[in-house]
Design a binder for this molecule. Structure first.
Ligand SMILES: Nc1ncnc2c1ncn2[C@@H]1O[C@H](COP(=O)(O)OP(=O)(O)OP(=O)(O)O)[C@@H](O)[C@H]1O
Length: 348
């Protein structure tokens, strides 16, 4: 198996083309419909309500968090709650300050500008954005060289909603210009169960609580993955069962797709298995581990490891990769130290 870093797999956090096609239909439209992220929701509700009561445009909002946790959804909700139109663009799409100037100068009063991957904007565009956010102005440069002049152009007040995977990637002057910053956490299983139930209702497929729990438990804390797994389980239920989803259907379906009870897929398991079976749980160097599973270093490091580390199954140490006791337990294997009756690296 070969997986490109960021390539498409069932438990990938990024959207594939099928996700994009159905996500619009599955998006909550109001804050009240948005599941989980209680603190963010409560704080945002106050920010938006206060702005509405003052008849003002909402403050700029920065959303940080992993892909698929609902940043785009939340930006659309902000626009809907403010009764404002929304324009969606992304950092990589804005390479020249001129690209940004043309977007900014065409905004209507109160409009929400959603800038995904805001940390990937070019430097000149970033500097233009500082002024636009603070003074609602862009300086359009006319001419070149020593004769160039900056003509200030007033902008109507707008709300910038920036999204980034990590707020720490943003230069402080940009970060400081947001009135409200929210960090989105991975979702708890109970919240993902609610996501599954809600989406199942919209997709018109029956799912019982145990079936929803089974899907939620394998969704890596991410609504996008929960929705994707739900669609695959729906296919299975339709072809192999009576169309409705219970625990058994969900678990059989996800076995076919090789997503285990904890949300690990084939690549994740291959890495863990190599670490445990070939290297006695480590420590082993990343390159050696990658060769053992027949993958590129980057694939192991960027695609498989982050989730294994987050799940507490693998640790990155200065001496190399090490399996935790939970990894041995997850694969149903016994650590060698325990076999020999000696304490292991983790005292087990
Ligand atoms: N809190 C939530 N409640 C219900 N559904 C949600 C929630 N958050 C996300 N979703 C669903 O998950 C999918 C992905 O969400 P969204 O596109 O907003 O994520 P994102 O954080 O913007 O991801 P990316 O950064 O990759 O664009 C959407 O279909 C959305 O409906």
């Amino acid at each position: 198996m070969s997986v490109e870093p960021g390539g498409e797999r069932l438990v990938d956090y990024d959207a594939d083309s099928e996700d994009r096609a159905v996500e619009a239909a599955l998006r909550p439209r109001q804050l009240g419909e948005f599941i989980g992220q209680e603190r963010v929701r409560e704080q945002l509700d106050l920010v938006l309500r206060a702005a509405r009561e003052r008849g003002a445009t909402a403050d700029h909002v920065l959303l940080s968090g992993a892909p698929g946790l609902g940043k785009t959804t939340l930006s659309m909700i902000i626009a809907a709650e403010m009764g404002a139109p929304i324009r969606i663009t992304s950092g990589p799409a804005i390479q020249h300050a001129g690209d940004l100037a043309s977007i900014l100068s065409s905004l209507q009063e109160g409009e929400v500008l959603f800038l995904d991957e805001i940390h990937r904007m070019s430097r000149p565009a970033e500097e233009m954005l500082y002024i636009a956010m603070e003074d609602f102005r862009v300086d359009v440069i006319v001419g070149k060289g020593p004769g160039a002049t900056a003509i200030p152009l007033e902008l109507p007040p707008f709300t910038l909603v920036g999204a980034t995977t990590r707020a720490g990637l943003l230069p402080p002057p940009l970060r400081d210009r947001f009135g409200f910053t929210a960090h989105m956490e991975f979702y708890a299983p109970a919240e993902l169960e609610r996501v599954v139930h809600r989406s199942a209702g919209l997709l018109d497929v029956e799912v019982d609580p145990a079936g929803a729990a089974e899907i939620a438990g394998r969704s890596r804390g991410t609504p996008r993955i929960a929705n994707r797994l739900l669609r695959r389980v729906r296919d299975y239920a339709q072809v192999k069962a009576d169309g409705s989803i219970d625990r058994e259907t969900a678990s059989r379906a996800l076995e076919v797709y090789e997503v285990d009870e904890r949300g690990l897929d084939r690549l994740d398991r291959a890495v863990l298995e190599a670490l445990l079976k070939l290297f006695g749980g480590g420590p082993v160097g990343l390159s050696t581990l990658a060769v053992a599973v027949g993958e590129e270093r980057e694939t192991v490091e960027e695609v498989a490891e982050p989730f294994l580390v987050r799940e507490g199954l693998l640790a990155r140490t200065p001496r190399g990769r090490v399996a935790t006791p939970a990894a041995w337990a997850h694969l149903g294997l016994t650590p060698p130290a325990q076999q020999a009756g000696q304490p292991g690296l983790f005292g087990g």
